[in-house]
Design a protein around this ligand. Sequence first.
Ligand code: GRF
Length: 198
Amino acid sequence: MKRVAILISGTGSNMIKLCESMVGKHPARPVLVISSFSGSGGLTYTRNIGLKTVVVESSLFLGNRFNFEAALTEELTIAKPDIICLAGFMHILSRSFLEKFANKVINIHPSLLPKYKGLNTHKRAISAGDSESGCTVHEVTEELDDGLILGQGKVLIDRNETPDSLAAKVLRLEHILYPLVLKRFVVNDRTKIILSNS
Ligand code: GRF
């Protein structure tokens, strides 16, 4: 059974979907959730299901990425994950951190990469007049929102779309895409899948 750690900073809805997917014949199980924010909504869920949960409060490490990553590394070294899923984890990881977990770290991003790396993806897609947007699961490198694309989910942008309505549509697809990609990644399948809700 492969071991999965999930890193979050916020609501944690993708983390919950990933955990819910790893049951029955699924070849992996969640072994650790680390949140960089003690107020993360998802922490109630992990504690309720008895999943090991650690808070590494990023605000206590301001300006000191080295120590922040050292604290993450300490927890991950104990948990020995085969795969580390970033799910709304709002921190860029350094090369030296990623080298310790080479080929194990994947992320979900709310745009059709390589378009709109970084923040405010939905606003940027609407402002650009794009007819579609979506989400991407990719391997993590030291470059922001870069790395091999493992899967994408596409949604149409409606005429009256707002960043909030688009975010909600994309998030629904994230909840389907991320578990699908994880299940394949666990068995070393890195071929790209495309989902479309249109
Ligand atoms: C998702 O849209 C994810 O793509 C982005 O941040 C959001 C996190 O949502 N990186 P949640 O914390 O999983 O609910």
